[in-house]
Write a protein that binds this ligand. Sequence first.
Ligand code: WTA
Length: 630
Amino acid sequence: MPETFDVKLEKKTYRPDPSYLEGSSMGDWETAYGRFMDDPEGFWAGIAGELEWFRTWDRVKEWKHPYARWFTGAKLNITHNCLDRHAAGDRRNKVALIWRGEEEGTERMYTYRQLHRLVMRFANALKKMGIKKGDTVCIYMPLVPEQVVAILACARIGAVHSIVYGGFGAAALHTRIRDAKAKIVITADVGFRRGKRVPLKTIVDEAVINASSVEKVIVLRRTKPLLELISEMEVDFDEVMEGMAPACEPEVMDAEDPLFILYTSGTTGTPKGIVHTCGGYMVGTYYTSKYVFDLKENDIYWCTADPGWITGHSYIVYGPLAAGATVLITETVPDYPDPGTWWQIVEEFGVTIFYTAPTAIRMFMRFGEEWPGRYNLTSLRILGSVGEPLNPEAFEWYYHVIGKSACPVLDTWWQTETGMHMIATLVGEPMKPGFAGRPIPGVVVDVVDREGNPVPPGIGGLLVIKEPWPSMMRTVHGNDERYRTYWNTIDACYTAGDLAVRDEDGYIMVLGRSDDIIIVAGHNLGTAEVESALVSHEAVAEAAVIGKPDPLKGQAVKAFVILRLGFEPGEKLKQDLIYHVRMGLGPIAMPSEIEFVTSLPKTRSGKIMRRVLKAKEMGMDPGDISTLED
Ligand code: WTA
């Protein structure tokens, strides 16, 4: 961990039109935050009370460091709030989901009633296959409505889903299936990406070898001729739905029962299976969808993430559906067939809230203003950003070019572990480019030094969260020790692993990770996972990877590799290694640069000092190297 350090702060402020604040459900930050501070539990109980429960809670919060329980004794099913609540009322025929495929004109829409019925049918199919409350189901699918159906069907019957991003390779999928002991894997024959077919099922075939927990693979077959199913184990998605009744009572879940596991990169070893529970997660994602995005009944809400990441879990599926929104999803990428695709979608569907990642914004900047300029973007009301710091240049472009200097830009800071937004500038509040903003009401954050002492404005330090919150992770699947580390590193606080600085108004600028996690195009990569992928190649004796600043992706992976005896460095081998990582972990983990070296800087106990590699790479002072071996 670094010492504290000075940071030069940007001073610019933008003030949205007062109508935003006047019309906002949350109201101004000071008042709302004050309301929370006066009565934290009352505040959360008020939010929870907007949802429907089968039994209400005995206590809002029970906290025994580092374990929290929220809404104890309460019974619920999150799908009741995402579906039944709307399907039984005024939103019955409201569109819940709009899907846009890669080819123009391929689109599907589902009302709340239709989605509800599909989910219940698929839930019945899962039940018929023997899936029960507490079983784990792995979902490895393209971004199609069936994925949303599969997710909600698991939640309906109390099965714990573990969604793996469709861009991950076989090795990454295998590790995650094994760790979660998934009984079923739900996949598709292919995903479509840039006009090409991504053979997901082939990757699953490889990933389930030596994964003995897997009993069935459900395959959504999208292309003709139908992909052949090769064993008894494999069943067709549509066939299992056939004859299933569109009626399935929701499983009665305890607020603290697990809802899902989602893997995120760790600094060491295998990825961490972050566990979220039903009650608190529902309250947190509903609250932030409704109040941070200030959702209104007629919004067309588009979050460009994938359900394979936490952003997709919380802000494509659970939060917005719990809030009764119309959610747009699409399989398209931002620059195919041309860099106008997404803006065309905004115009065509009249998107009002648009939530994306800085890496996409920087890509659009590079293509130029003429692309968004071709489309009518006046439907847009609110813009959001997530995944890495929204640098001031990207903020300005997003605000002026996409938002026409009128839409609030919400830079939302949060994590897989937090489940919901933690820091963001509320709609209508003054915005400062480069700053995520202040903690949202309900959340207490601080910037501290290594001992946990708050640091003054302008001094960089570690970002910590001081009080538990409903949608916090409850444990790391199968490794509670790793969970406790979050709360034990700095006394009594949750350490986020990010560096941050505050200004005089309490606005927080997030500067990046303080550990060995690399964020490439908004996707977290653990150095350990990439390194072990490299080392699994026959030519590699040892490897170390670092994140290097990249103008587009934020960071890019650079790998330092020591070869085994008998292997010659060269361009061909570099390409081989890159391909090897791509096949194992997926395209996001591919090193953009490989350097062959004969030694790596290590501590005396043998740990690679990536910090030293990084400093050298960037021509910077490596800091304290007293632990360096030689
Ligand atoms: C980074 C994604 C700066 C941060 C929701 C965090 C951000 C990690 C922001 C979590 C932001 C996310 N500004 N940094 N607005 N949002 N990050 O688990 O380093 O995929 O710790 O969750 O992304 O990534 P994760």
